[in-house]
Design a protein around this ligand. Structure first.
Ligand code: XMP
Length: 243
C-alpha cells in the first residue's frame, strides 16, 4: 500500500535534500502555462521536494493538463499540493477533493474556519484516497492578524485552528514565515509549511530555525533569471542551519 502523504513528502525531502515546496505561480499574462510549468519543474527539480499549484495554474488549465503536470512531478519523485484553501459546505468540499484526487494531487490545503467537523470530514475523504490535508493556521500576508490573529475565548484563533488540524489528523499546517513566535508555538505537533519567504519579506533560515519543516517559495525562484541557481542557494542556506 502507498505511504501516507506525510511520509511521502518527508521521503522526497530526504531524497532531494531539500524542504522547498515550489509555488508554481507563473507571472501575470504568461502564456503557454503547461510549457512554463514543465520547463520550470525540469530546471529546479533537484532542489525541491514538492510543487504547490494555486489558482494561477488550476483555473486556466484543464484537468488533463494538470494531470500531465502531476505525472511529470511524480516522475521526478516530487509531491504535488493543491493550494485552493478549501472552505465550503461538506458536499462541495467532497466534490472538490474528488476532482483534485483524479487530477493526481498528493495533498490539498484547507481552511479550518469551516469548523472542526468540516475539516475532519475533508481529511477523512482525502485520506481514503491517500491524499493529504494541510490546514491553514496562520497566513503569511500582513492582514492575517485581522483573522487568524483574533482573540477568541482568551487565546489566538490560530491556536484553535491548530487544535482542529490535530483533531482532523491533518498532515500539516501552514504558518507564515514572518510569524516567528507562532512558528515556535507549533512545537512539532504537526509538520509546518511556511510561505512568505523572499517576495513577502520572510527569511528562510530564520523560519527553519523557528520550526518550519517545509518552505513554500514562489516568485523568488520562479521569476528569477536563473531559477535553479536561486533554488540551490536557498537549499544550501537551509542545509547549513539544519546541520
Ligand atoms: P511567493 O511568491 O510569495 O508565493 O513566495 C507564495 C505562494 O504561497 C501562497 N501563499 C499561501 N498559501 N497559506 C497558503 O496556503 C498562506 O498563508 C499563504 N501565503 C501565501 C501564495 O498564494 C503563493 O502561491
Amino acid at each position: 500500500m502507498t505511504r501516507p502523504f506525510r511520509k511521502r513528502i518527508a521521503r522526497a525531502a530526504d531524497a532531494k535534500k531539500s524542504p522547498i515546496v515550489l509555488a508554481l505561480d507563473p507571472p501575470a499574462n504568461r502564456r503557454n502555462l503547461s510549457e512554463f510549468a514543465a520547463k520550470t519543474i525540469r530546471v529546479v527539480e533537484q532542489h525541491i521536494c514538492a510543487v504547490k499549484m494555486n489558482f494561477h495554474i488550476i483555473l486556466p488549465l484543464s484537468a488533463s493538463e494538470i494531470s500531465q503536470i502531476n505525472k511529470l512531478l511524480h516522475s521526478y519523485g516530487l509531491q504535488s499540493i493543491a493550494d485552493i484553501k478549501l472552505n465550503d459546505i461538506e458536499n462541495t468540499n467532497e466534490v472538490a477533493v474528488e476532482h483534485l484526487t483524479r487530477m493526481g494531487f498528493d495533498a490539498l490545503i484547507a481552511n479550518p474556519f469551516i469548523g472542526k467537523g468540516g475539516l475532519a470530514a475533508i481529511a477523512q475523504k482525502a485520506h481514503r484516497s491517500n491524499v493529504g490535508v494541510i490546514a491553514l493556521v496562520y497566513m503569511s500576508h500582513p492582514g492575517a492578524k485581522e483573522g487568524f490573529g483574533l482573540e477568541v475565548g482568551g487565546r489566538g484563533l490560530y491556536r484553535e485552528f491548530l487544535d482542529r488540524a490535530a483533531h482532523a489528523r491533518a498532515d500539516g499546517v501552514v504558518v507564515g514565515a514572518a510569524q516567528l513566535d507562532i512558528l515556535t508555538q507549533m512545537a512539532k505537533r504537526l509538520p509546518v509549511y511556511s510561505p512568505g519567504i523572499g517576495a513577502q519579506g520572510g527569511d528562510a533560515t530564520r523560519a527553519v530555525s523557528s520550526g518550519a519543516d517545509y518552505l513554500i517559495i514562489g516568485r523568488s525562484i520562479v521569476e528569477s533569471k536563473q531559477p535553479d541557481k536561486v533554488a540551490k542557494e536557498i537549499q544550501n542556506k537551509i542545509l547549513s542551519v539544519r546541520k
